[in-house]
Design a protein. Structure first.
Length: 284
């Protein structure tokens, strides 16, 4: 009597799950590699700057001296004047100007997108104002309001406004015509179409531009301080140049760069908080 042995199939790992796991590992490895290479680039630049002999090190300073200067500015060591007052003033005026420009620019872009007559009337004026270099407007602002905090806020506002305006206008105008027609068939008024149909898209495009907008706002605020002599980071830059203090100059630049990065990251975080659905719609 013959006996037959039955083979018991072993449990196999689903190929889909295995490929997903492998893909996640490769993705994490690639991110780690990217960050390691970035760190390597920064290290090479700093070490080259620190140890490469230059003909005039007085004018370029060094990373170690700059780090020491930043520490002194932040802590007040060696009777150094603290930088926090000037730093806070510049960041505050940049944020206020950016927020005001986001509100005004998004509403203006939404209104222009909803009424074709308004768009036709205002188009040449918008193009003309946008073509004027912002730096040429600063003296006019100073003459109107003086070298005050308001001048810095207005400058930041003018630098950011058109960026937000065109983003909101493009977003609100990108709503498909079929959606607008369906809304009208359902009895929606022009105001309802503007706020219920166009506004969510315009808001999304505005928030996408927020990180860049706040960076431009910081540039506008610092530039205004250079012109007005207000006690901000721009004025500290002028002092460093007048005293031929390269270490202080680079220290201020580094602090402004850090502030800009933090503001941009904060803007991106705020966008993700207010519009979580926008990321998923973009496939991010």
């Amino acid at each position: 009597m013959s006996t037959t042995t039955k083979a018991h199939p072993q449990a196999a790992v689903p190929p889909v799950a295995s490929s997903d796991r492998r893909r996640r590992v490769l993705r994490s490895d690639s991110k780690l590699t990217v960050w390691l290479l970035r760190g390597l680039v920064v290290a090479v630049v700093l070490l080259g700057w620190q140890f490469t002999p230059f003909e005039s090190p007085f004018f370029i300073s060094s990373p170690s001296k700059i780090a020491q200067e930043i520490w002194m500015l932040m802590t007040g060591a060696d009777d150094t004047t603290l930088i926090w007052s000037a730093f806070g003033r510049t960041v505050l005026t940049a944020i206020v100007g950016t927020v005001l420009s986001c509100v005004a620019g998004s509403i203006a872009g939404l209104a222009v997108s909803n009424w074709s007559l308004l768009e036709q009337v205002t188009r040449p004026f918008v193009v003309l104002l946008n073509a004027v270099p912002r730096i040429a407007i600063i003296p006019v602002i100073v003459l109107l309001v003086g070298g005050s905090t308001e001048a810095d806020v207005i400058t930041a506002f003018t630098v950011v406004f058109f960026l937000i305006f065109y983003s909101a206008l493009a977003g609100a105008s990108s709503v498909p015509r079929e959606v607008i027609q369906n809304a009208r068939l359902l009895g929606a008024s022009n105001a309802a179409i503007m706020w219920k149909v166009r506004w969510p898209v315009a808001l999304g495009w505005t928030m996408v531009s927020l990180p860049n907008a706040i960076a431009f706002g910081l540039v506008g605020s610092v530039t205004a301080e250079i012109f007005t002599g207000a006690a901000g980071m721009g004025y500290q830059l002028v002092l460093a140049i007048d005293n031929s203090n390269a270490t202080l100059l680079f220290a201020i630049v580094v602090m402004l760069a850090v502030a800009g990065v933090l503001l941009v990251l904060g803007g991106a975080w705020l966008k993700n908080i207010l519009l979580p659905w926008w990321e998923s719609s973009d496939g991010a």
